[in-house]
Design a protein around this ligand. Structure first.
Ligand code: GGG
Length: 349
C-alpha cells in the first residue's frame, strides 16, 4: 500500500473548519483506493504569530521539504495586517518550492445557482503566474507620517518566468479547446505589459494548435460576467490571476467552491493545494463554511499524487451532494459544514 506524507496547515479562521472536512472525505476514499496518508499537522498561522512573532517556525520550509504535498486552509486574521500573514507563510512557501504555476479552475457545478446569466456554461481555468510579477518585495516607503509620504512597489517580470507560465498554459489549452486568452494591461503599464505580451505571443506560437487572444484585464473582467462561456484557458500575472480567479469563482456561484493548486511542475519540490477563499473571519467558528473549495483542492492534490480514481470519486461525491440540493449558506442552503461533509461521505462509502 502506498503511503503519502502530506503537510497540513489548516491556518486561520474557517481553514480550521474546512480542513478537517476535506481530510475526512479523503480518508474515506483512501481505504478502498489502497493508499494511506500520514497527515503532518502544523499549527502554523496567526495564533502562532501572536504568540511568538512568526507565522511558521524558522526552519518551517525545511520541515515541509520532505513531504509529498502541502495542504493549506486559509491565512489571515483580524488585527494582523494581511501582508504580514501572506508574506509570513503563503508566499514564502510558493517561492521556496518554485510553485510557479497556480492553477485555478472555475466551472459550473450542478445544484449551484449563479446570479450571472450564462454561468451554467462556465468551464475555465486560470493559469496564474505565482512567484513573481506584482507580488514583489522590491520597493519601499519614505517620509512616513509626513505630507510627502510615499510608497514604491516594483513589479518583476522575468523572461524565464513569463515563458514557463505561458508555455504551461498553451500546452493546457492545446489539450482543451485550443483557445488561450492572455490577460494584459499593456496599454497602461508600459514596460512589463508589452514585455509580457511579446513573450506570451512567442511562447504560445511554439505550441501547435493554440489560438492566442490578448485581452485587457478590465475588458476581460467585464467579459467574465457578460460572456462566461467564451472563456477557456487564461494565462495571467500574479495579481491579475488572483483577482480574475476570485471573480470567476463568484460567477460560478460562490468563492467557497473554488480550488487552487500551486504547482512545481518539475516536481523537484512539494506542491501546495488550497481553496481560493481566505479565512473569512466573519463566519469563522460558526460551523457554516463551505468545504467544497478545500475538498476540490484535495481532489487536485490526489491527481497530483497519481491517484486519479480517488480524485474523480471525491469530485463525484461533493458534486453529487450539491446536485442533490445539500448546500451551505453561501450557496443559499442551510447545511452546516458538518452536514455537507456527511452528505459527501455518504456518497463515498
Ligand atoms: N486559501 C489560502 C488563503 O487564505 N488565501 C487568501 C489570499 O488572500 N490569498 C492571496 C493569494 O492567493 O495570493
Amino acid at each position: 500500500m502506498k503511503t503519502y506524507t502530506i503537510d497540513v496547515i489548516a491556518g486561520d479562521g474557517i481553514g480550521q473548519e474546512v480542513m478537517p472536512a476535506a481530510i475526512r472525505a479523503i480518508e474515506a476514499i483512501a481505504v478502498s483506493e489502497e493508499f494511506s496518508v500520514t497527515w503532518r499537522e502544523r499549527d502554523w498561522g496567526s495564533e502562532r504569530y501572536l504568540a511568538d512573532g512568526q507565522m511558521m517556525p524558522s526552519d518551517g520550509l525545511d520541515q515541509l521539504a520532505s513531504g509529498d504535498a502541502i495542504f493549506l486552509g486559509a491565512v489571515g486574521a483580524p488585527g494582523i495586517p494581511d501582508h504580514v500573514t501572506l508574506w509570513g507563510l503563503l508566499i514564502p512557501i510558493r517561492r521556496a518550492f518554485l510553485q510557479y504555476i497556480n492553477l485555478r479552475p472555475a466551472r459550473h457545478l450542478a445544484g449551484v445557482t449563479s446570479q450571472v446569466l450564462g454561468a451554467e456554461e462556465l468551464d475555465a481555468v486560470v493559469v496564474r503566474e505565482n512567484v513573481e510579477g506584482e507580488y514583489s518585495e522590491i520597493g519601499g516607503r519614505a517620509y512616513d507620517g509626513r505630507p510627502e509620504a510615499m510608497a514604491i512597489q516594483q513589479t518583476v517580470f522575468t523572461r524565464a518566468g513569463v515563458e514557463r507560465v505561458s508555455r504551461y498554459a498553451a500546452k493546457l489549452a492545446a489539450t482543451r479547446s485550443g483557445r488561450l486568452i492572455s490577460a494584459t494591461k499593456s496599454n497602461g503599464i508600459i514596460h512589463t505589459g508589452p514585455f509580457w505580451d511579446e513573450i506570451v505571443r512567442e511562447t504560445s506560437s511554439e505550441v501547435g494548435g493554440v489560438e492566442l487572444e490578448s485581452v485587457l484585464i478590465d475588458a476581460l473582467a467585464a467579459r467574465a460576467v457578460t460572456r462566461p462561456a467564451s472563456l477557456d484557458v487564461i494565462v495571467a500575472s500574479n495579481l491579475f490571476g488572483d483577482i480574475l480567479s476570485d471573480l470567476l469563482s463568484a460567477v460560478s456561484g460562490s468563492i467557497g467552491i473554488a480550488p487552487s493548486a500551486n504547482l512545481n511542475p518539475p516536481r523537484d519540490h512539494p506542491s501546495m493545494f488550497e481553496p481560493v477563499h481566505g479565512s473569512a473571519p466573519d463566519i469563522a467558528g460558526m460551523g457554516v463554511a463551505n468545504p467544497v473549495g478545500q475538498m476540490w483542492a484535495g481532489a487536485m492534490m490526489l491527481d497530483h499524487l497519481g491517484e486519479p480514481d480517488a480524485a474523480r470519486r471525491l469530485e463525484a461525491a461533493f458534486e453529487g451532494a450539491l446536485a442533490s440540493g445539500v448546500s451551505t449558506r453561501d450557496l443559499g442552503g442551510t447545511a452546516s459544514t458538518a452536514d455537507f461533509t456527511d452528505a459527501v461521505i455518504d456518497r463515498i462509502t
